[in-house]
Ligand binder design. Sequence first.
Ligand code: PGA
Length: 253
Amino acid sequence: MRKQIAAANWKMNCTFQQGEKLLCEILDADIKLADHQLTIFAVPYPYLLMTRSEVEEEWNYVAAAQNCHHKKAGAYTGEVSAEMLHSMNINYCIVGHSERREYNQETNAMLAAKVDLCFENYITPIFCCGEPLAIREAGTQNHFVAAQLKESLFHLPAEKIKQLVIAYEPIWAIGTGKTASTEQAQEMHRFLRSVIAAQYGEAIADEIPILYGGSVKANNAKEIFGCPDVDGGLVGGASLVGADFIEIIKALK
Ligand code: PGA
């Protein structure tokens, strides 16, 4: 069975103390995850060790980084490498979030390098893709998103790509309170799976969890996660409210 994932993306929010409190509130709800379910907390770098130790005893709760650098090591002040994350026992990392693509000029080629460095360091990349509003309005979203996959992922061998997690984030739905309709989400997730299938075959495409991101809330998670090709969510705003994220975890299939 394909993994079903609730991934919190705290972005640049929460003080250390607020973060600890939020984690405790969520873990205290004591939601037991099945083997195929996973909850991920993508927290700011300085909170990674605290988060890792909070979730240590919990089955299928893990800490993740929100980014890593596209170079192995060297004179890049302020940056964090995949190797550093691995050395701290961090096994998941978001790669290519739309905010980083936009504010940090991350290109598909840079993201291909990040994905490789993650794999070299035993880190599962949560690879983000998704189209801006203008592309959606022009009706060329399929072409746009397929190019993101091809340029950043399709150099990978089959045994690597099947370990990946993909997050589809329509940029027009992030932090805006607008969600894609379940039809729009399902349609795009199905399309992404078909693009992977064309390159790597159906069996591999079927194994890859594809998360939906973009204003997932406590009151819409169940409906969105209910789509056959949606395997959970990458959640920003609602992951900062304990009670809401608890409901989102419970909405996993
Ligand atoms: P949002 O963010 O849930 O606040 O829309 C989603 C994301 O960017 O991961």
